[in-house]
Write a protein that binds this ligand. Sequence first.
Ligand code: SF4
Ligand code: SF4
Length: 262
Amino acid sequence: MANTSYFAGLIGGIKSLCNGLSVTFRELWTPKITERYPENRKENNIPERFRGTLVMPHNEKNEHKCIGCGICQMQCPNGTIKVVTEMVETADGKKKKQLVRYEYDHGCCMYCMLCTRACPQGAIEFENEYESAVFDRKALIKVLNKPGSKCEEKPARPAVAKPATAPAAANGTPATANANAAAGNAEAKAKAEKLVAAAKKAQENAVAARAAADEAKAAAEANPDDAALQQAMTEAEAKAVKLETAAKTFAQKAAEAVEAAK
Ligand code: SF4
Ligand code: SF4
C-alpha cells in the first residue's frame, strides 16, 4: 500500500514537472510582446478608447460646441472642471450665456467620463494621449477652450407662424403685455427647473445602471461557461445603454430649457 502511493506520487510529480517544462519551452519560442518604451513612442499603438485626457475639439474656424451650461461641472464628482461664463447680448437683443474659460484639472480627474456622458452638446471628449507627467502639478490645470474661440453658431430655427387670433398681450395695454411676458418667463423657468431635476435623476439612474452592467460583466467574465451570467450581462449592458441615452436626451432638453428661460 505504501509502495503504491509512493510510485503514484512520483509519477504525479514527473507529470507536473513535464507540464511546467512544456509551458516554459513553448513560451521560449513565442514572439516577445515587451514594449520598448520610450524608444517605440512613434509606433506605440494605444487603444482608441483609452481615456488619456479630456479635450474640447475645435473646428477649422476655431469654434467649439460648448454652450457653458455647466452640466459637466455639476456631474463631476471630483470638482475637476470649472466653467466660467459671461452673459452677452446677441444681435437680436437677447441675452445669452457664453463660455469664457473651461478649466480642467487633469491631476484630479479619475477618468469616469460622467462629464462627457452628461454633456448635451457633445462638446468634450477623451483622447488617448497618455504622456501627462509633469514636474509641477500646476501644469496639469489646462484651459480647454482655445484663445479667441467661440461657440458654433446653430442654424436659425424656421419662424413659427402666429395664430390668426392674436394673443391678448399683442392687442392689450403695455401693462397687460408686461404681465403676460412675466408669466411666460416664470413658466419657462419652472419648466427648466423641472427638466434639470429630471436630467439629474436620469443621470443618477444611468450611473447606477452602468455600475450594475460593469458588475454583471465582471461576473460573466469570471464564469465564461455560465449561460445565465452571460445573459444577465447582455441585459444589464442593454439597460445601461438605454438609460445613458435617455440621460443624454434629458440633459439636452434641460440645457435648451435653461437657455430659453433666460
Ligand atoms: S472624467 Fe470624471 S473626474 Fe474626470 S473631469 Fe470628467 S467627470 Fe470629472
Ligand atoms: S456640459 Fe458640455 S456644453 Fe455644458 S458646459 Fe460642459 S462641455 Fe459645455
